[in-house]
Design a protein around this ligand. Sequence first.
Ligand code: F6P
Length: 395
Amino acid sequence: MSKRIGVLTGGGDTSALNATLKGIALRAEELGYELIGFMQGWAGVLTGGSYCRLSPDLIDADRGGTVLQSSRTNLRSSNKLGEAVENLKKLKIDALIPIGGDDTLSVGSALSEHFTTTFVTKTIDNDVGINCPEGSTVDYTQIVNYFCPGFPSAANLVAKYIRDVRTTAYSHNRIIFVEAMGRYAGWLTLSSAYGNADLILIPEIPYDPDKMAEIIEAKYIDQGHLVVAVSEGISNADGNLITESAELDSFGHARPGGCSEVIAEHMKARLPNLSSSAFRHQILAYMQRCGSPTPIDRDTAIKAGKLAVSAIKNGQVNHVATIMRTDEGIIPKLLSLEEVLKRGEDGHVIRRSLDARFYDTENFSISPAGVGYFRAIFGDPPKTYTSPSLKILTI
Ligand code: F6P
């Protein structure tokens, strides 16, 4: 039976959103379904919102961002869920596919109590899903949502930038603090290991400026330059972000950003023996969220989009098209919302932190288990960095 399905993209954009939309449009076309795209996330389903007809030819899977545009609109806090349901019914939509991260999914899961909904995840933060059970061994096939579409492309850009900036760090004997996104989770910052970051500071580990100064000094004396990857979500021992803007989004989240500069200043103050011009910082910001997807990200996102439409056809609603690692490779798999979203006592979605086993707390770097995780996305890790072996003589 022909259906009319809706789709929207919510939250921060990623490079793989159009790929997911392409998969949805291709499968919808195959099944003879009509596809309606709501503009600007949840705002599109509200009165005054806008929508369009979507078909595969209107979507370029290799183009980053989202053809439907996005917004951070919280229907729950504004009591607009009822209005959204009414509008969806008015437009004769049979089922809705929200593509989003934890905020979009938590709005969607409230909506799914009143409307047929199936989800596809996305976020460069990679914090939607569940880590494999705790223990000394890591079974990668048990990670629920191995990665969120959008993460591999962003991780690739972070690793590339970290690798590239070393030439400048070396040339000028600099210590460059490079700030990656991922406000609550260190996944994206850890991907800098594939660019040979010398130190990696993640939000899951409280920041201790005195200890960091000691480590940086020792490494700098040894190497003459450093590239340090820091997450925008770095917090103090009391759990507060070390920098945040006063601006809150509609989900009440403070915007992080700018901690690389603060950390550079902390280190400069604690290491007066080093030239003050050695300390530099760089915020990657949208440079890690923009542009084309990597092939693995694009292809997986297309498959996840197709799976979401097949799920609607098969009546498997209130499910999520996740990504799983299997012995046959990385494939999409349909799971129930409950299997994907861990909730706190108050019903709020708990974001997935970086698996502690993937991080080496002693050396502020990636652990062998972490390399095992990234290998499935990037292939073999890069060779360790070695400085040029010049024989330097003094005049
Ligand atoms: O939620 C994804 C994310 O990329 C975070 O890592 C980051 O803090 C945030 O979006 C910033 O988004 P924007 O500047 O679009 O509000």
